[in-house]
Design a protein around this ligand. Structure first.
Ligand code: TLP
Length: 345
């Protein structure tokens, strides 16, 4: 929809002119045969950003998570994961389909699982039990509207995990948002995990690509899983250049997206049938509870579309607005006008 205010996801951004120029100028090679120089540079830069030995470039955040699961688990294992985490909610059952692992899900307060409950859920070493092979955390936590999981909580979970010699995987699709919002380095959050993913195709504004980072040992296994999943690419320097540009130029500006998300929440909160307390907005996601008597999430999203505003209905009672590089204050004003007109009618 041309000219729309597209709040469906931060994945919808189009590369900027400067990013396209960087991509066009990228030096490339066959990443499988000899290593692509731009991919190598991106992997080194991303590893440094995340404070890990190294990183592997993969096509998507889903593949980054699934490469990690494949590298840490074997068929019949169990993973502990937050109930709303992308790994269990939004990856089409990949953990079971690809790796034969079952997921035990734990509730959380805005993405922060209770370390005591994590400890209590770890299986004993007993012939009848599956092996608890991995604990998964997510930063920011998408399911609770981009909340920043407190560092102290992640450290407490990491401590439990280490005591039981269980690795931790962090879905860091939007870790850069957490770092910018909290002014805590991404590498400090990542230090709570043995593997961490980062997406360039979300708030960072690149067209494609994620990395999965960790120790040299982990990466050796991860490389095999990436190969098995068909995720090893060839002249991928072209897209890695977009990701490199994003890492160099689009991290600090995430603060603008966060401010805009708050502005959007302020504009919508309290309109009849909508609730999105601005104080709950920590990064670039705004979850709007739909309490309207006649309109559910899907009906409301359809009405917004008539006004040129695109938004996701996550469930009958929840709309999700996401701010990013390609929306600004005018789009928020348009959304507020649309909301007032829809709800007045
Ligand atoms: N999430 C998408 C949809 O899949 C829901 C979105 O629009 O937010 N981890 C987290 C926390 C994510 O939010 C996503 C994407 C992923 C992983 C997967 O990334 P991709 O889409 O690159 O596979």
């Amino acid at each position: 929809m041309n000219g729309a205010s597209d709040f469906r996801s931060d994945t919808v951004t189009r590369p900027t002119a400067a990013m396209r120029a960087a991509m066009a100028a990228a030096e490339v090679g066959d990443d499988v045969l000899d290593g692509d120089p731009t991919v190598k540079e991106l992997e080194a830069r991303a590893a440094e950003f995340l404070g890990k030995d190294g990183a592997l470039f993969v096509p998507s955040g889903t593949m980054a998570n699934q490469v990690a699961l494949g590298a840490w688990t074997r068929s019949g294992d169990e993973i502990l994961v937050e109930r709303e985490a992308h790994v269990v909610r939004w990856e089409a059952g990949a953990a079971g389909f690809l790796h034969g692992v079952q997921s035990v899900t734990l509730s959380s307060v805005r993405g922060a699982m209770d370390p005591g409950e994590v400890r209590a859920t770890i299986r004993p070493d007993f012939i009848h039990c599956p092996r608890t092979a991995l604990i998964c955390v997510e930063q920011t936590h998408m399911g609770s509207g981009g909340s920043v999981v407190p560092l102290a909580n992640l450290e407490a979970i990491a401590k439990v995990a280490r005591e039981h010699a269980i690795p931790v995987h962090m879905d860091g699709a939007r870790l850069a948002n957490a770092a910018v919002a909290s002014r805590i380095a991404a590498s400090r959050y990542a230090a709570c995990a043995d593997s961490v993913s980062l997406c360039f195709s979300k708030g960072l504004g690149a067209p494609v690509g994620s990395v999965i980072a960790g120790s040299a040992d982990f990466l050796a296994r991860a490389k095999v899983v990436r190969k098995r999943l068909g995720g090893w690419m060839r002249q991928s320097g072209l897209i890695a250049a977009g990701a490199l540009h994003a890492l160099e130029h689009h991290v600090e500006r995430l603060a603008d997206d966060h401010a805009l998300a708050k502005e959007l929440a302020r504009a919508l909160h309290g309109l009849p049938g909508l609730a999105c307390p601005p104080e709950a907005v920590e990064t670039n996601l705004v979850l709007v509870q739909v309490t309207h008597a006649e309109l559910d999430g899907a009906a409301l999203a359809a009405k917004f579309k008539e006004h040129g505003v695109l938004v996701s209905a996550l469930s009958p009672r929840v709309l999700r607005f996401v701010t990013h590089l390609d929306v600004g204050p005018k789009d928020v004003e348009r959304t507020a006008r649309a909301a007032r007109s829809i709800l007045a009618g």
